[in-house]
Ligand binder design. Structure first.
Ligand code: SAH
Length: 264
C-alpha cells in the first residue's frame, strides 16, 4: 500500500483479511474498475483467477488512482488455489442457480465476512465472468451465495458495479465494527477457526473415496449426493478439529471396507 493510500484512504486493519476474487474476467477494463471500486471503500486485496487477458493499459486507465491495488493483485490459475486458505468463501451471482446454496443479501454477507475476519479468518468474495458468471462447479466451492436484489427483470450488474456494491457493504460493516486503528484479533490456535477451503476439500475428497469404498451410490451417479453433502458440511461451519474427527471416522470406514472386501 502506498503512503498516499494510508493517509487519504485508510484501510481498516481487517481489510487485510478480505479479498475480492474475480474469476475469468473477459474485459481488462473491468479489472481496473473493480480495483477502483475496492480502493474507494478501503479494500486492498484483489485476486485474479485465469483472466482472459492480463491487466493492460485499459485496465490501468480505468483503475485511475487504484493502480496499486491492481498492480499488487495476485493471479491464480484456479478458484480453488485463490481461496485455499480461506475459511469463508462467498460467491456473488446475478441469478439463482441449481446449486441451491444458502443465499445471502449483501448486507448479511458483509456482516458475516467482517465477523469472520475479526475472528482471525481469511475471507473471499468471488465474482464471475461478464458473460456467464460463475460455473456451478465454482459455486460449489462456496459456503453461500450473495445476490444483490436488483430488478428481477434485469438483475445482472456490470462486474465492477457489483464489486462496488459489495465493497460498500463491507466498508459499512467494517466501520460498524469500529476501532479503525486496532489490530485484527485472532485465535492463538488455528484449530479453533473454521476449517480452511483446502481442509474442507481434503475432507470431501476422502468422503467421496469412502462412499465409493462402501458402494454407497450403488451404480447411481455420485454427483447429486456429493452436492448435497458438500452443502451440508459447508453449512455446518466445521472447525479444523471437527474435520480431523470426521476424517478419522472415514479412515476407519475405509479400513473396514477393505477388510470386508478381502474376506469376501
Ligand atoms: N450473465 C451473467 C452475469 C455476469 S455479471 C450471469 O447471468 O451470471 C458478472 C458478475 O457480477 C457475476 O458473476 C456476479 O459475480 C456479479 N453480479 C452481477 N450482478 C449481480 C447481482 N445482482 N448480485 C450479485 N452479483 C452480481
Amino acid at each position: 500500500m502506498s503512503s498516499e493510500s494510508k493517509t487519504v484512504n485508510p484501510s481498516h486493519p481487517l481489510a487485510q483479511r478480505l479479498r475480492i476474487v474475480l474469476v475469468g474476467t473477459q474485459h481488462p477494463g473491468n479489472m481496473g474498475s473493480a480495483a477502483r471500486a475496492m480502493k474507494t471503500m478501503g479494500l486492498i486485496r484483489l485476486v485474479l483467477v485465469a483472466p482472459e487477458k492480463a491487466p493492460n493499459a485499459e485496465s490501468y486507465a480505468l483503475a485511475a488512482g487504484a493502480d496499486d491495488v491492481l498492480g499488487e493483485a495476485r493471479t491464480c490459475e484456479t478458484l480453488a488455489e485463490a481461496v485455499a486458505d480461506c475459511r469463508l468463501v462467498l460467491g456473488c451471482t446475478a441469478r439463482s442457480r441449481r446449486v441451491q446454496l444458502e443465499e445471502l443479501m449483501p448486507r448479511d454477507a458483509a456482516a458475516r465476512s467482517v465477523a469472520q475476519a475479526a475472528g482471525g479468518s481469511e475471507v473471499a468474495l468471488v465474482f464471475g465472468r461478464e458473460r456467464t458468471g460463475l460455473t456451478n462447479d465454482e459455486l460449489q466451492l462456496c459456503h453461500a451465495s450473495v445476490h444483490i436484489p436488483a430488478n428481477p427483470d434485469y438483475s445482472s450488474l456490470n462486474l465492477a458495479a457489483a464489486v462496488q456494491v459489495l465493497s460498500y457493504e463491507l466498508r459499512l460493516a467494517l466501520l460498524q465494527a469500529g476501532s479503525d486503528g486496532a489490530e485484527p484479533a485472532g485465535s492463538d490456535d488455528p484449530r479453533d477457526l473454521p476449517a480452511s477451503h483446502e481442509q474442507m476439500e481434503g475432507f470431501f475428497a476422502q468422503l467421496a473415496e469412502t462412499l465409493d469404498a462402501i458402494d454407497f451410490h450403488k451404480g447411481r451417479a455420485p454427483d447429486s449426493a456429493m452436492r448435497k453433502l458438500r452443502r451440508l458440511y459447508l453449512r455446518a461451519g466445521l472447525d479444523a478439529r471437527e474435520v480431523r474427527i470426521l476424517r478419522g471416522i472415514l479412515a476407519d470406514t475405509q479400513r473396514m471396507a477393505m477388510l470386508a472386501g478381502s474376506k469376501r
